[in-house]
Design a protein around this ligand. Structure first.
Ligand code: MIC
Ligand code: SF4
Length: 644
């Protein structure tokens, strides 16, 4: 039977386990990436493994999130990361060099290889046939040490692309169409694999845009074939030597197939405040707008920015609108500066920001109260922009610029003839801001600022778990709700005690205080609990405040793995209706939890406040059970290490 491309690459990288949907498989990881906001904890944990040098083919540490430097904290983190990289054999992409996913695509991604990144949009590299996963920092640390990446073997959703995109419709509209059809839960448990004639008409930055936002579908990853177009892009990057042609077998079968005729798509937009709240732009056209932001790892490529500049040439941003642009990489930034496009953007009134994540992660540019913000980004979870009650829309660069010109949400097809841009023959080779590791690591001193605090190791799971339901939340709670980002909080990522004081504060500002006063307890979640980012802080910080278990209707993949890694028990109701019965403030007891976990996957929780019991399931592999019993992955690894 013919195999999908994803399964071929997984088979080549399988080191243990079974490649069968739902079963655990362990994959060899060729490359890793980290970014600064999740990298500090990843490296602090790597350090505890006692491995002198990374054992991957390539590991890169990027600095792209915490660039505001409103205090000493982030600058200290940057220095720590740079010295750590030099010492342990990791390439260091300096602050200002660009967003990890964009730079990785340009300079390092390789078709057919595996990549593990401590950021949920790592699958962007799937745009060039790489099998790339987002994971918590601890999983990335283990991969840097040469350990495999364990995951539940996903099913494969084949997306059959036919036709060609009409004028004014672009890659973002393809992935918004996927989100419209499938929702933010629709990709859970799947790798999304694109195939068919329509693929050929999409350049690599377009494929990367689509693969990037597979994260918003909840998918394990997304992948495109590697073809002539991939070669063209790699050649333009001066990296044609890493090209290999890759595709699914011609008779490949997929677990499910959906059809998209590119020719039938129209400009789409995700309305506040979820990436799957998608409608055609024409349905919300005319809505007055206060802000337009171009950038993020989804839409900040050379082609994107050239389109934006071309549309704005000779025009001025509408007086009501504040428009920003953050280039995806310094390569892109340099090129638009040299060819004059940057001057067109500046002349049109665009506020040019640094190459990095910027407003996408709430680092500045919070929109005004009740002001609509239209962004080319990938996430619009409530409050992520930094403004409470924000109204963030997500769309293509074409729609964003049409909107910036008119001051109201505008279907770009109203602008007449579309702008034509094409891939350059040669991208500017700019690796001078990527520092290779030191030749003599013994000479490198690791520099730690006062903001970098050690991560305490948790105790093993006790025999009985008891405590109060500290918080009950609804469906689709994102990691932005659990451990928010933004300019005030992100600089605290390497200081767990300080960071934990922000846990759930966007949902209930009293949460950290109550959790401390009660000595920890339980969280009740709805469906898709923990969707969004890969930040392990969304497991670490609640655990630090004493959260013992999360009982939810279902979990997002990366967050589920992060809870296990830090010894927080993820439990799922066997009867969905029990979600309604448990209430915030109820006292719960899980007796003999260690024995129950070892016995099987279902057990009983007693609600002593209401005098009732509910049944829950723990969907863990036997390896994960041992990790939770040990109190987390680091404890587990230590217990496995041969004693001297
Ligand atoms: C995000 O887009 O939410 C982030 C910030 O890039 C996160 C990573 C983090 O929180 O450190 C992600 O996507 O994983
Ligand atoms: Fe950065 Fe935004 Fe991409 Fe996250 S989604 S990596 S914050 S640009």
């Amino acid at each position: 039977m013919g195999r999908s491309l994803a399964y071929k690459i997984m088979e080549e990288h399988r080191v243990a386990g079974e490649l069968s949907p739902g079963r655990e498989v362990a994959l060899r990881i060729d490359q890793t990436l980290t970014q600064d906001a999740s990298g500090t904890t990843a490296y602090l944990q790597f350090e505890t493994l006692g491995i002198p040098r990374v054992r991957t083919e390539l590991s890169v540490s990027y600095v792209d999130h915490n660039l505001l430097q409103t205090g000493f904290e982030s600058a200290d983190d940057h220095r720590f990361l740079q010295s750590f990289a030099a010492r342990y054999g990791i390439y260091f992409s300096r602050p200002g060099n660009g967003i990890c996913h964009q730079v990785h695509l340009e300079r390092f991604a390789r078709p057919g290889r595996t990549l593990l990144g401590s950021d949920s949009h790592t699958p962007t590299a799937g745009g060039m046939g790489m099998l790339a996963f987002g994971a918590g920092g601890l999983d990335v640390a283990v991969a840097m040490g040469g350990g495999p990446y364990y995951l539940t073997t996903p099913r494969v959703l084949g997306v059959h692309l036919t036709g060609k995109l009409p004028p004014w419709v672009s890659a973002k509209d393809v992935i918004l169409e996927m989100l419209r059809r499938l929702s933010v839960k629709g990709g859970v448990g799947y790798i999304v694999e694109y195939f068919g004639d329509g693929v050929r008409s999409l350049d690599i930055p377009s494929r990367a845009t689509i693969a990037n936002m597979g994260a918003e579908l909840g998918a394990t990853t997304s992948i495109f074939p590697s073809d002539e177009e991939t070669l063209r892009y790699l050649r333009a990057q001066g990296r044609e030597d890493v090209w290999v042609p890759l595709a699914a077998d011609p008779d490949a079968t997929y677990d499910e197939v959906i059809e998209i005729d590119l020719g039938h798509l129209e400009p789409l937009i995700a309305c506040p405040s979820s990436p799957d709240n998608v409608v055609p732009v024409r349905e919300v056209a005319g809505t007055p707008v206060a802000q337009v932001c171009i950038g993020s790892c989804t839409n900040s490529s050379y082609l994107d920015l050239m389109k934006v500049a071309g549309m704005l040439r000779g025009r001025t941003v509408h007086p009501r609108v504040s428009m920003t642009l953050s280039p995806g990489s310094r390569q892109v930034y340099t090129m638009i500066a040299r060819n004059g496009a940057l001057a067109d953007l500046i002349a049109a009134g665009v506020r040019i920001l640094e190459a990095g994540c910027g407003p996408c992660v709430g680092m500045g540019q919070a929109p005004p109260t009740k002001g609509v913000s239209v962004r080319t980004f990938n996430r619009n979870f409530p409050g992520r922009s930094g403004t409470p009650g924000d109204l963030v829309y997500l769309c293509s660069p074409e729609t964003a610029v049409a909107t910036a010109i008119k001051g109201v949400i505008t279907d770009p097809r109203e602008l007449g003839e579309p702008i034509q841009v094409s891939l350059p023959e040669r991208f500017e080779p700019v690796d001078n801001m990527i520092i290779p590791p030191a030749n003599d690591p013994s000479q490198v001193e690791i520099i730690r600022g006062p903001n970098i605090k050690p991560i305490p190791l948790p105790d093993p799971l006790p025999d009985t778990l008891a405590g109060e339901v500290l918080l009950k939340v609804g469906d689709n709670i994102s990691t932005d709700h659990i451990s928010p980002a933004g300019a005030n909080v992100l600089p605290l990522r390497s200081n767990l005690p300080a960071l934990s004081e922000h846990t759930f504060t966007r949902v209930d500002p009293t949460f950290p205080r109550r959790a401390r006063e009660k000595g920890g307890g339980f969280i009740i979640g709805g469906q898709n609990y923990g969707q969004g980012s890969a930040r392990e802080h969304a497991a670490l910080a609640p655990r630090y405040l004493g959260v013992k278990a999360v009982i939810a209707r279902s979990f997002a993949r990366i967050h589920h793995a992060n809870l296990v890694n830090f010894g927080v028990l993820p439990l799922v109701f066997t009867d969905d209706a029990d979600y309604d019965r448990l209430q915030q403030g109820d006292r719960l007891v899980i007796p003999d939890v260690r024995a129950a976990l070892q016995r099987g996957d279902t057990f009983v929780i007693r609600d002593t406040t209401q005098g009732m019991s509910v049944q829950v399931r723990c969907q863990l592999t036997s390896r994960q059970v041992r990790i939770v019993l040990a109190g987390g992955l680091l404890n587990f690894i230590r217990s496995q290490a041969p004693t001297a």
